[in-house]
Design a binder for this molecule. Structure first.
Ligand code: IVH
Length: 686
């Protein structure tokens, strides 16, 4: 930080304040490592504003007070790019990428190419010109040859410096044109859509559309209200020469620009492919702060780029390796109501099957009545749907422009579609519930929960088969499953196939034997999985684990008081009373006893050894490069720690990966210990 001049003139004081504020902006928005409080920042800003009010000549264009300025314009000016903004050739498969690599190697006459890999951001490409370090112009990409002048809007984005400077003096290029992407981070996008919904305005389909709308505003004051941010990944022109992309990015970073993390893969195509899979996992886990829809692979050497040149509008030295699309359009064929294990009715959109996020989707949940009304999805609607990785597919919104007028709204049924009992919505609750005591849909869902992989792990007992077992009356409770014989199972009708003549065919001996064996195997269970399998309200996998860690076996748990339960880590009053009342019911105790007498055995939970994470509350933020978030979480839990989503005073450790965001800032503010990815890996290793 600069030192304040002693007994300064207003000019000196203003120059000092501008520089300090610029450095704090850089620390906060670019490095994500603020060192002063918001209040202190506001005080410095207030002082500068006051000085500039008294001496208007001091308000230079790069002053942080001048971010939002100028009147709204009539339209955005079209301006030709000095150098065209090219587009990227795309590949979708490994084979296509290998063809690209082969072409590059052949053209360069080399065995192996040094590539850099970056996320392909899904925002709006921009070009910024800095002259003598000052931001003088910002253009959108437009058609690549002509863009729109969005300088006033770009100036409102606080991760973009108005003036470039090097930490230790150093030569700032007299002219520099940098290229990058304006985006909206996920959290900012969600906040924006919540605000849109609260105002009764239409939701944005994705962060890209929201960012585009904000950047192309005619009034910069509107742009300033949208939390846009920017990342840079390319140089259009520089008055200083460089040898490689990597060197150039490092220089941009030193100039104070926020540079997209880029990794260099020197071992060629196989390494690039590993990076692709890693980034795909990151996207699917929503592990990044922002959307990206692929990976850009670039030849690192600028000299090699020169030699490769371009074809039509794309360079030969780079390629965008796209991910499977996450958002697709399809039609709602119907809206069904599914009855869950607690009787909850969930509206589910039946969709014309569509490939999205790498899998075919034919259903998407609409959650509950409020969500159904809010999104106003109707039968016959064209809708956008989203599916990412293992995430449940969701309907984003109907495409209103495509409505013809014959789309049909649906009402929540007043009678359960499975058993005909009355459906109620409790006051204060979002859910509708079936009140039927012997509702087969509830029983089927309960059995499916019991049998699932993370519970009793009974392979082969799919929903359809369970429906048959329930509707035939053969299975009335979970313990009935263990009484099924191979003969009985073999005679059940198959639900996925009919005979050539259209008649039902039976499951057959081989399938029946496999299911029977799976049932037998599942009897060797652990206390943790068994507790989860029982389907006690509020007892998910993590609570089941806490219970199993606190109790060596089932016996003492059956009679534990609410107070005893509440003393267990992570178990609050509501959960404790749900557990207590579950075991207090005779019928539940009977089922448990029957299961045990049928041979179900429950291994205790291995206690994790004392280590760096034992009983620690850890928050993961930013992008980890060596493992996915889920993997990191599993490693921490295996060592007896807990992973939580938000930073508080109770947090013991924050693991900050690449481009960590507000959680890191919060950790610093609260004085919570922060570990880098390297340190985290070292902790795991000990
Ligand atoms: S490099 C010609 N790097 O993709 C190469 N572009 O299809 C210059 N994009 O208009 C661009 N992330 O909006 C580059 N890491 C990245 C990128 C990226 C997103 C966009 C950019 C460009 C489009 C080209």
């Amino acid at each position: 930080m600069v030192t304040p001049p002693s007994a300064p003139s207003p000019t000196e004081r203003a120059a000092y304040l501008r520089e300090v504020l610029r450095q704090h902006d850089h620390r906060y928005f670019v490095l994500d490592a603020p060192i002063i409080s918001d209040a202190e920042y506001d005080r410095l800003m207030g002082e500068l504003e006051e000085l500039e009010r008294r001496h208007p000549a001091l308000a230079t264009p790069d002053s942080p007070t001048q971010r939002v300025g100028g009147a709204a314009s009539e339209k955005l000016l079209r301006v030709a790019h000095e150098r065209p903004m090219l587009s990227l050739a795309k590949v979708h498969t490994r084979e296509e990428f290998l063809e690209f690599d082969a072409r590059v190697r052949k053209a360069l006459g080399v065995e192996r190419v040094r590539y850099t890999c970056e996320q392909k951001l899904d925002g709006l490409a921009i070009s910024l010109t800095y002259e003598e370090g000052l931001l003088t112009r910002a253009l959108t990409r437009g058609d690549g040859a002509i863009g729109e002048d969005v300088t006033a809007n770009i100036r409102t984005i606080r991760s973009i410096p108005l003036r470039l400077s090097l930490p230790k003096g150093g030569e700032v290029p007299s002219k520099l044109e940098v290229r990058g992407e304006v985006i909206l981070a996920h959290a900012d996008f969600e906040a924006l859509n919540r605000a849109q919904a609260a105002r009764g305005e239409e939701l944005f389909v994705n962060p890209r559309n929201a960012a585009a709308g904000a950047l192309r505003q005619l009034d910069p004051r509107v742009t300033a209200e949208r939390p846009l941010s920017a990342w840079f990944y390319d140089v259009g022109y520089s008055s200083l020469p460089f040898a490689s992309h990597t060197a150039r990015l490092a220089f941009l970073m030193r100039l104070g620009l926020r540079v997209l993390p880029s990794t260099c893969e020197t071992e060629g195509a196989a390494e690039v492919e590993a990076k692709y899979l890693e980034l795909l996992r990151l996207r699917d886990a929503r592990g990044a702060q922002f959307d990206f829809d692929g990976m850009v692979v670039k030849v690192d050497s600028l000299d090699a780029r020169e030699r490769l040149g371009q074809v039509s509008r794309s360079p030969r030295w780079a390629v965008a390796w796209k991910f499977p699309a996450e958002i697709e359009e399809t039609v709602v064929l119907g809206i069904d109501f599914q009855v869950g294990r607690t009787g909850k009715l969930t509206p589910v959109a039946r969709l014309a099957p569509i490939l999205v996020g790498g899998a075919t989707v034919s259903n998407a949940t609409l959650h509950n009545e409020d969500e159904l009304r809010r999104k106003d999805v109707r039968i016959g609607d064209h809708v956008f749907i989203r599916r990412a990785g293992d995430v449940i597919p969701e309907v984003i919104k109907p495409i209103l422009e495509k409505r013809k007028g014959d789309e049909r709204r649906v009402e929540i049924p007043s009678q359960c579609p499975a058993c005909g009992a009355m459906v109620v919505r409790e006051p204060e609750e979002a859910e509708h519930r079936c009140t039927g005591l012997s509702c087969p849909a509830q029983l089927t869902a309960h059995l499916a929960h019991f049998a699932q992989r993370t519970a009793m792990d009974i392979e082969g007992l799919g929903d359809k088969l369970l429906e048959v077992l329930v509707s035939s009356g053969r299975v009335r409770a979970v313990d009935d499953l263990y009484g099924l014989t191979v003969d009985e199972l073999a005679a059940l009708p198959r639900t996925d196939k009919l005979s050539k003549g259209g008649k039902p065919i039976s499951l057959g001996r081989a399938n029946a034997t496999a299911i029977h064996a799976a049932l037998e195997r599942s009897k060797q269970c652990t206390l943790r999985r068994f507790l989860f399998a029982l389907g006690i309200r509020h007892v998910g996998e993590s609570t089941a684990r806490s219970l199993a860690l606190a109790y060596p076996g089932l016996e003492p748990l059956l009679t534990a008081s609410v107070e005893e339960l509440q003393a267990i880590r992570d178990i609050g009053p509501e959960v404790a009373s749900a557990i207590h009342s579950f075991f207090a019911q005779r019928a539940n105790r009977d089922v448990v006893e029957r299961l045990l007498s049928l041979g179900v055995t429950l291994a205790p939970e291995p206690k994790s050894t004392q280590g760096a994470f034992h009983e620690k509350s850890v928050v993961l933020t930013g992008e980890l490069s060596r493992m996915t978030r889920d993997e990191a979480k599993a490693e921490i839990e295996r060592r007896g720690g807990r992973v939580s989503g938000s930073v508080s005073r109770k947090t013991d450790l924050v693991v900050a990966g690449e481009s960590a965001g507000s959680k890191l800032a919060k950790a610093r503010e609260l004085g919570v210990r922060v570990a880098s990815e390297e340190e985290f890996l070292a902790m795991l290793a000990t």
